[in-house]
Ligand binder design. Structure first.
Ligand code: FAD
Length: 406
């Protein structure tokens, strides 16, 4: 039977977590997750994989294990939303009927948005921690590089985990510094953004590391083309007047973070705003046009940092609101825009950036969150992965009531 009380599109961090939250609160609810992938990933650890600090195999589990007990997994891709009929169309299973819908399909990594990149990724020193199979290649390249030019790039916003491009830079530099190679390796950071980080309080603490590692920092600079054979990268650089010029740089190692957009099937649907994101109220996470539709995670229009930490907070809000709506009650819960970004500035230390809407700092712990700390490193490397699999994906929500997850 293709009819469910709640249908969830996407079985990633947000989709599996909200399924678990709903099941905990309403065990009899008939829920389906529509998800094509056979594997579920804990993406926040890929940065550590790229630095030789985490086993890549521990970031992957079979999807069947991530989907909560009692929830039906429909293994197919959603191709279209038909909100007037309360159905979604799928690639292989026909139309699925819902009473309420949660969209949690993540975002699109647009590798094709950089000319020449797809052909050369994984070879010629070109890598990215944004692909599970390439994060180990990053670590291989970092270990092998004895001298030369290492370039790290960041595309325009929004991207998931806006700190991740810098994390790759700092952890690589930390390795080279520790091995006494940093004098012979010149690291550069090219970011499309006009500032090193979006929340101003964290910029100076991060600049200290830019200076420590003698990084050549280039703002307003967007990677547009790569040629692996000749080890050349091209950038569009915007000056103060907004004029754009093209420069080229040769490299020995290139770590790329791809441009990121809304997924095509969402962009083309009636659920999307002008930029293609699922258009929800930023506090209730309810769709602005279709009240029986909610959305969580990276695919939403909400202006928070797109992180697993944000998803963890959002799923509780959306679950409470969705269930209240079933009872005909007013929506009780409000999301404050919480997101967190554990910035791995050196091996063994993290600046745990935590902020809400408008860049307001909302620290979990009662100390200066702009300081690099060993405790935050231990949290990210050991505690958070365990909490993810055993609490967040199981609907054990006391964790979501505190902050500090990423
Ligand atoms: P995802 O977890 O990406 O899941 C989306 C799911 O939707 C996928 O399973 C996909 O297969 C499915 N899907 C796609 N299309 C369809 C379709 N047509 N039909 C049905 N299903 C579909 N976050 C932090 O909090 N802290 C960090 O330190 C951190 N570091 C990161 C480092 C890296 C390198 C990366 C890549 C991410 C990092 N993140 C971090 C971000 C975090 O992983 C994401 O924000 C989080 O996974 C978002 O959850 P989601 O469910 O929205 O998307």
């Amino acid at each position: 039977n293709n009819t469910f009380e709640v249908v969830i599109v996407g079985g990633g961090s947000a989709g599996c977590a909200i399924a678990a939250s709903l099941k905990k609160r309403a065990p009899a609810l008939k829920i389906a997750i529509i998800e094509p992938a056979a594997q579920h990933y804990y993406q926040p650890a890929w940065t550590l994989v790229g630095a030789g600090e985490f086993d890549v195999n521990k970031t992957v589990r079979p999807m069947a294990q991530a989907i909560p007990d009692g929830v039906t997994w429909l293994q197919s891709a959603v191709t279209a939303f038909n909100p007037a009929d309360k159905t979604v169309s799928t690639a292989t299973l026909g139309d699925i009927q819902y009473e309420q819908l949660v969209v949690a399909a993540g975002l699109k990594l647009n590798w094709e948005g950089i000319k020449g990149l797809s052909e050369t990724l994984g070879q010629h020193g070109v890598t990215s921690n944004y692909r599970v199979d390439l994060a180990p290649y990053t670590w291989k390249l970092v270990q092998e590089l004895q001298s030369g030019v290492a370039i790290f790039t960041q595309p325009g916003m929004p991207i998931k985990c806006a700190g991740a491009p810098q994390k790759a830079l700092y952890l690589s530099c930390a390795e080279w510094l520790g091995k006494g190679r940093l004098g012979k390796i010149k690291a550069s950071f090219y970011t499309s953004t006009p500032a090193l980080f979006g929340v101003k309080e964290y910029v100076e603490p991060l600049m200290q590391y830019i200076r420590r590692y003698q990084v050549d920092l280039n703002l307003n600079s967007t990677l547009v083309e790569v040629d692996g054979q000749s080890k050349t990268a091209w950038f569009n650089v915007k000056d103060v007047d907004g004029n754009i010029s093209r420069i080229s740089k040769t490299f020995d190692l290139l770590h790329v973070v791809p441009p990121q957009t809304a997924l095509d099937f969402i962009k083309q649907s009636p659920l999307a705003n002008a930029d293609g994101w699922v258009e929800v109220d930023q506090h209730s996470l309810q769709h602005v046009k279709y009240p029986e539709i909610f959305s969580v995670g990276d695919c939403t229009s909400t202006p928070n940092a797109k992180t697993a930490a944000a998803a963890r907070k959002q799923v509780v809000i959306a679950a409470e609101n969705l269930l209240a709506q079933r009872q005909g009650q007013a929506l009780p819960s409000h999301y404050d825009g919480y997101g967190s970004c554990p910035l791995t500035v050196e091996k063994g230390k993290i600046i745990l950036a935590e902020f809400g809407y408008g860049g307001k700092i909302v620290p979990t712990f009662p100390w200066d969150s702009t300081k690099p700390r060993r405790s935050a490193w231990l949290l990210k490397k050991y505690v958070l992965p365990w909490l993810y699999w055993n609490l967040m994906l199981k609907g054990r929500e006391w964790l979501a009531r505190c902050g500090a997850c990423g």
